[in-house]
Design a protein around this ligand. Structure first.
Ligand SMILES: [Zn+2]
Length: 347
């Protein structure tokens, strides 16, 4: 150790101090600074300390003094660097190091809470409103037999009204149901009369524009009992429309035509976007059709094994997207399914 050349001692000391400074700069916790200090500046065998001990072995007084000044300067520089680094780490961490650098007094980032999609919300509202009137929610298959989707609801093969349904065909016998009406007959066969049911579910048509979607939600409703009249339907739909849109929104019933009801009506609500002035959504009329319905056709009752001479009933079907558009003033219903977060995050 003591027989090393003096020149090498000076260069080595410098190299060791450079390594020490690199480690200090890379340190992320005060604990590692303590370790660096012990390794390089430790009293007995610190990697820089040993150079100090060698100073006394240098014979030439000039060289000894120069070496002494150099090693002292290097020790001072490493010591200063350690203390500077320690101050920086304490200032940023206020604790035991950057790994634990969590300031509990900082306000938390805003928490983004999820919420229901407008269609889900309307869907739930509709179910709740009809539950208040004693309606039970039932379901049926989405891949439906042609017979249930069309024939049993008074649209026999070859009937022109089948053309208006824009049907997705699955095979010769089955379709993606174009409406929830087939569940009317299914429910009659299962539950007989009297009964009150709603059928919330999906339906499918080959259609896509601002108010029509290839997959959409419908709620079908049906009430069968003895002595049910059109006035019962009117009262039920008025209760529903006022529950959803509020008492100040205008409502009107219009005569219409459906194959499975006779007489048939449509229920309109005044347009939410233009307030009745006329706009793109309401096609300038100021009114939006929200549902269709009527008195169940005697043929349909018979197809469900219900005796039309003893029982009568009404049925209606509504598009949930339409109601969501009206309730929230959405002009293009495609926004409901585009999953644009700027739209979906709105409440
Ligand atoms: Zn309008």
């Amino acid at each position: 150790m003591t027989d090393q050349p003096e020149e090498a001692n000076g260069a080595d000391a410098h190299a060791v101090s450079v390594a020490a400074l690199d480690e200090v700069a890379a340190a992320t916790e005060t604990a590692s600074l303590d370790a660096i200090r012990a390794r390089y500046l430790g009293r007995g065998d610190g990697l820089l300390t040993v150079f100090r001990k060698r100073i006394g072995t240098i014979a030439d007084p000039e060289a000894r003094r120069a070496m002494g000044q150099m090693v002292n300067a290097l020790v001072e520089r490493v010591t200063d660097a350690i203390e500077e680094r320690r101050a920086t780490l304490s200032a940023t961490a206020d604790g035991d190091g950057a790994a634990d650098a969590i300031d509990l007094t900082w306000p938390p980032p805003p928490l983004r809470r999820g919420h229901l999609h407008p269609v889900s919300r309307v869907f739930r509202d509709v179910r709740r409103i009809f539950a208040q009137l004693g309606y039970m929610a039932v379901s049926g298959p989405e891949v439906e037999y042609d017979r249930y989707n069309f024939t049993l609801v008074n649209m026999p093969p070859g009937h022109p009204s089948r053309d208006t349904q824009d049907t997705f065909f699955v095979d010769n016998d089955r379709v993606l149901r174009t409406h929830t009406s087939p569940v009317q007959v299914r429910s009659m066969i299962i539950r007989g009369a009297p009964q009150r049911v709603i059928v919330p579910g999906k339906a499918y048509r080959r259609d896509y524009d601002a108010t029509h979607f290839p997959m959409f939600f419908q709620v079908e409703g049906m009430c069968i009992d003895s002595g049910i009249a059109l006035s019962d339907l009117k009262g039920t739909l008025e209760f529903f429309a006022r529950s959803v849109f509020g008492v100040d929104r205008a409502i009107r019933l219009r005569p219409h035509h459906f194959e499975f009801t006779e007489p048939s009506i449509e229920l309109d609500v005044s347009c939410a976007v233009c307030g009745g002035e006329g706009c793109k959504l309401c096609k300038g009329s100021g009114w939006l059709e929200i549902l269709g319905g009527g008195m169940i056709h005697p043929n349909v009752l018979r197809n469900g094994n219900v005796d039309p001479t003893r029982f009568s009933g009404f049925a209606f079907g509504m598009g949930v997207e339409r109601i969501a558009m009206l309730a929230y003033g959405i002009e293009d219903g495609r926004l409901l399914y585009d999953n644009d977060v700027r739209f979906v995050r709105q409440r």
